[in-house]
Design a protein around this ligand. Structure first.
Ligand SMILES: [Zn+2]
Length: 208
């Protein structure tokens, strides 16, 4: 079972990715209420060495610390264990952005099973949108990735960047799984520590 929380744990807002394991030992879904009830699914740290998503989530939550969130958020914190070591994944773990599967592969490991269960549960909710935030290793423009050529998806991605990538392979990618549930996008926010990427993504999530 993916761990669940209904409020932010003490110290979350200022905790760097490598120390997060001290307050959140493993993958966790944090449900936060907001003015509009249809939740935004936000996933960060699927890759432990890509901290921009966590910083963006912290920026947004700090911004609304003294007021109600404009919309409910389901914040999924991915590979906390790999983040503690500054790695994409640990040697004995699968890639956390290839495990979003239902069906026959869903029983391959405990995390596959937990994610399949989570996807089932998410399918019963009416999600507003899904955003999964990553960094890349090379010098690239900031861009969004979509897995459906649907105007809702393209408009969502265009709010982040005019540069977009459309792909359908590999399977098991978060945004692909969520593309069956709601408009979904993966943000590629440049290299780790790219301040402009953090600003763009924070502004984007706030707009959504
Ligand atoms: Zn990544």
């Amino acid at each position: 079972m993916i761990k669940r929380l209904n409020k932010l744990p003490e110290g979350f807002l200022n905790c760097p990715a490598e120390d997060l394991h001290r307050i959140i030992p493993d993958s966790t879904l944090i449900s936060l209420e907001g003015k509009r009830k249809q939740p935004l699914f936000l996933s960060v740290l699927l890759h432990g060495n890509e901290p921009t998503g966590l910083v963006v989530a912290q920026n947004i939550l700090k911004q609304y610390q003294e007021s109600e969130l404009p919309r409910a958020i389901l914040l999924f914190i991915g590979n906390v264990k790999a983040a503690s070591k500054g790695l994409r994944r640990l040697q004995d773990q699968p890639d956390y952005n290839r495990i979003w599967l239902e069906g026959k592969l869903a029983n391959e490991s405990e995390i596959h099973h937990d994610i399949a269960e989570l996807l089932h549960e998410m399918a019963r909710l009416s999600l507003f949108a899904s955003i999964d935030i990553h960094n890349n290793t090379g010098i690239n423009p900031h861009y969004g990735c979509v897995n459906k050529l649907d105007p809702q998806f393209l408009n969502l991605s265009r709010l982040f960047s005019r540069t977009m990538i459309y792909f359908v392979q590999p399977g098991g990618v978060q945004s692909k799984a969520f593309s069956h549930l709601c408009p979904a996008v993966t943000l590629e926010c440049g290299k780790v520590g790219d301040e402009f990427g953090i600003q763009l993504a924070t502004h984007f999530v706030d707009q959504v």
